[in-house]
Design a binder for this molecule. Structure first.
Ligand SMILES: [Zn+2]
Length: 389
């Protein structure tokens, strides 16, 4: 029997409309089960949004109860609801709500930083971060490799690329951020996960990620960032990025990524390539390349043979004339700093900050990307409170 995750009993929501009561939700009994994907449909004005607001703890019902797991969330205080939303809900709004003063990456990070306010969790996270399991090292290594190449494909000096993959598998997901100059950083949500090999005897990256979505955010200094989203095809990353290029950017591409591990769980080789067709390329070239690509066993094997990037390109492109236009060193680089952490704290709002101040203790915020700790004293928190809205 399936586990009930979210349940409503007699849920009602009414608004007073110039003295007359308007009943938007009336006596709704609903059960949602763990692992289900549920769609709510209805005519405009039927109360879909009101129902979702109530279920997600963004609004409180007039009557009735909402239970999440064992917890009756309809009884929670506004603060309790905030914690519930932060820990259990993900939101995709029709309108993108981002904090203007923060970069896209900081927007993505803000909520995650707060969930890990607990110091024990912080230390544990840092320990785990520096000791990812083999399957997570492979997963993160592939996404970092893809990310640093896609970052380098951006034109602007200050352009920033964020790739986020999220799935229902045990890893939860990963976030990678790259600039156009070869700097990249990233982290996995659950870096300690171990899985048995897949049926091919390989590290089961797809199994660790599960069913989910890939989101690419390009912050190119425009008012709105570019956001492209596709489903995960295999969760093995390279196929997912290939699919993303085809559907979201309408650019037929071939993405190959490989991470090769030593026995003691250290990285021996990591690399990859992205091939894209220029407009107007002849059928002959396309079919030749497709044939060539289908013959390549894996990029990991090419790396293991000790081939340089130039040699791999020559191998993949065969007798097509290869001309190297540029070379760029790449590195894992985290640009976190105290100021950035403070900005994220300011953005959480007065109520949360006041709560931290009331606890009377120095809090510690850590950077997901590099594990660095940032202590913030009560005095500093008071200063941040003045800047918060
Ligand atoms: Zn950092």
């Amino acid at each position: 029997m399936k586990e009930i995750l979210l349940k409503t009993e007699n849920l009602s929501k009414s608004f007073s409309n110039g003295g007359a009561m308007q009943h938007v939700l009336k006596n709704i009994d609903l059960q949602l089960f763990r692992g289900d994907f549920t769609v709510i449909m209805g005519a405009s004005g039927a109360g879909k949004s009101t129902l979702l607001y109530a279920l997600s703890g963004m609004d409180t019902p007039t009557l009735g109860t909402i239970t999440f797991g064992e917890k009756v969330i309809s009884d929670l205080s506004p603060d309790g609801l905030a914690v519930f939303r932060r820990e259990h809900c993900g939101f995709v709004f029709q309108q993108i709500y981002l904090i203007d003063s923060m970069s896209i990456m900081d927007n993505v990070l803000a909520a995650g930083l707060l969930v890990n306010r607990n110091k024990k969790a912080l230390v544990e996270q840092a320990r785990a971060y520096h000791n990812t399991s083999p399957v997570i090292t492979a997963a993160l290594g592939r996404l970092l490799t893809g990310g640093v190449m896609m970052g380098a494909m951006m034109k602007g000096e200050k352009d920033l690329l964020t790739i986020k993959v999220e799935g229902d598998g045990p890893m939860g997901g990963m976030t990678v951020t790259a600039d156009s100059k070869g700097n990249v950083k990233g982290y996995a949500f659950h870096p300690e996960i171990m899985l048995p090999p897949n049926e091919k005897g390989k590290l089961d990256v797809g199994g660790a990620l599960g069913i989910g979505v890939l989101t690419v955010i390009k912050d190119m200094g425009m008012k709105e960032p570019y956001v492209g989203q596709t489903i995960l095809v295999t969760g093995e990353i390279a196929e997912d990025l290939t699919y993303y290029f085809a559907t979201s950017e309408q650019t037929p591409s071939s993405v190959a990524l490989g991470v090769l591990m030593n026995r003691e769980n250290t990285v021996r080789q990591a690399g990859g390539f992205i091939l894209q067709m220029m407009p107007g390329v002849s059928e002959e070239v396309v079919s030749g390349l497709e044939k060539r690509l289908s013959e390549i066993v894996s990029v990991t094997a090419l790396l293991d043979e000790g081939r340089t990037p130039e040699e791999i390109l020559k191998y993949v492109l065969g007798d097509l004339d290869l001309e190297i236009l540029d070379r760029m060193p790449v590195r894992f680089f985290c640009n976190c700093c105290k100021e950035r952490i403070e900005k994220a704290l300011v953005s959480v709002g007065r109520q949360e900050l006041q709560q931290m101040i009331d606890e009377g203790k120095t809090i510690e915020v850590n950077c997901h990307f590099c594990g660095r700790h940032y202590p913030v004293t009560v005095e500093e928190l008071k200063g941040l409170l003045l800047q918060a809205r």
